[in-house]
Write a protein that binds this ligand. Sequence first.
Ligand code: BG6
Length: 464
Amino acid sequence: MVKEYKFPEGFWWGSASSAPQMEGASKEDGKGMSIYDYWYEKEPERFFNGIGPDIASDFYHRYKEDIKLMKEIGHNSFRTSISWSRLIPNGIGQINNKAVDFYRDMINEMIANGIEPFMNLFHFDMPLELQKIGGWENREVVDAYVNYAKTCFELFGDKVKMWFTFNEPIAPAIEGYLYGAHYPNIVDFRRAIQVAYNTIVAQAKAIKVFKEHQIKNGKIGVILNLYPVYPRSNHPADVKAAQIADLFFNRSFLDPSVKGELSLELVDLLREYNLLPYTKEEDKELIKNNKVDILGVNYYQPKRVKAKEYLPNPYSPIMPEWFFDYYEMPGRRMNISRGWEIYEKGIYDLLKRLKDEYGNITCFISENGMGVQDEERFLQNGIIEDDYRIEFIKEHLKWVHKAIEEGCNVKGYHLWTFMDNWSFLNAYKNRYGLVSVDLKTQKRTIKKSGYWYKELSENNGFVD
Ligand code: BG6
């Protein structure tokens, strides 16, 4: 049966990206080094095909034509981030005026094209100088971040109304300090927890400053990568495993951001394993009084877990996986390029949970998308015929639509991403864009999905 999926008036249609993944120009116009610029210099072989963030999709030079393309494919909003090390090359101190000009011009260009800028302050790219003094483990860096946030509100708050403290703040903690996948490539659960905790404090402090700054009609939020966590069965051991995975991967940031308090169950668990972070007396009140106004939900895949098959080696470093095993559900559908399950209903389950357990906070889908390797396979008459991406978006949007019908407070949908962009470690292996980028020439070509997205946005929905 054919059905029309109409979305609420004023729904945000657009996409998301980040400074380190699209700007390039990593050594130009006074930009300082971020940890990724540094890591790439040190170990280029760790990035897919040895491609680093130095050129990326060259948005720094091509933003004007790119913003026009965004408009052409139906964007009414777009999220990117400010590069901290471009704006304040040493992380603290001197502001780089060329960066101020660039961001002001970029923001003005978006607004002139009817695209609302959603501005994120931090997308994994810690200024190198601050990493040298301990990065997020050091409270001085928390203060430097708050000063950076204040600078951004002052410089751009007259134009940008939608602000975000962090994209996926759990990622620098666990990828950088637990799984070794991001710089500084450490494997130490206790340190990861300190990083996560300090990030939560940094967020609360930035929100406090934001409120003091009183940006007219301004909103501040956080973008979290959330996972519906499904136990293998209803057996109490499987259910317990899922609860613990949920504590680590969702509630760790969701509870302090939205409810203004750390999950007590998580605190108890960390205490039991002697993993509690160093805190300050005043943090509790600060976190309580500085919750987010809006939540961005990045959804790619669920987590499926089961009780552990074997007891963990007591001599091995403690990891979240001491408490559960991942479960490969027979028949699960995979995006094999990325190794991620595709499960559209997960987006609905998440949104319903936010409604039922998190006060139906104003939210939007801030990332969802499909990265495909060797996408030139689908090139026909000069354009990439990515019907799979159109299907992927439609199938997720049907569930978002159902969630809205059932009262969830969802304001928009941002795809990852506008044009193919650089990815941490995977570089340009998997292409996510509505617009393809030829890395040799930097030529942009709208994909079939880009044309479809334009219709989606113009019709504020689709028929299927
Ligand atoms: C999100 C991040 O988790 O996923 C992006 O916010 C990232 O930075 C995106 O690029 C897709 O993941 P990946 O690893 O395939 O680039």
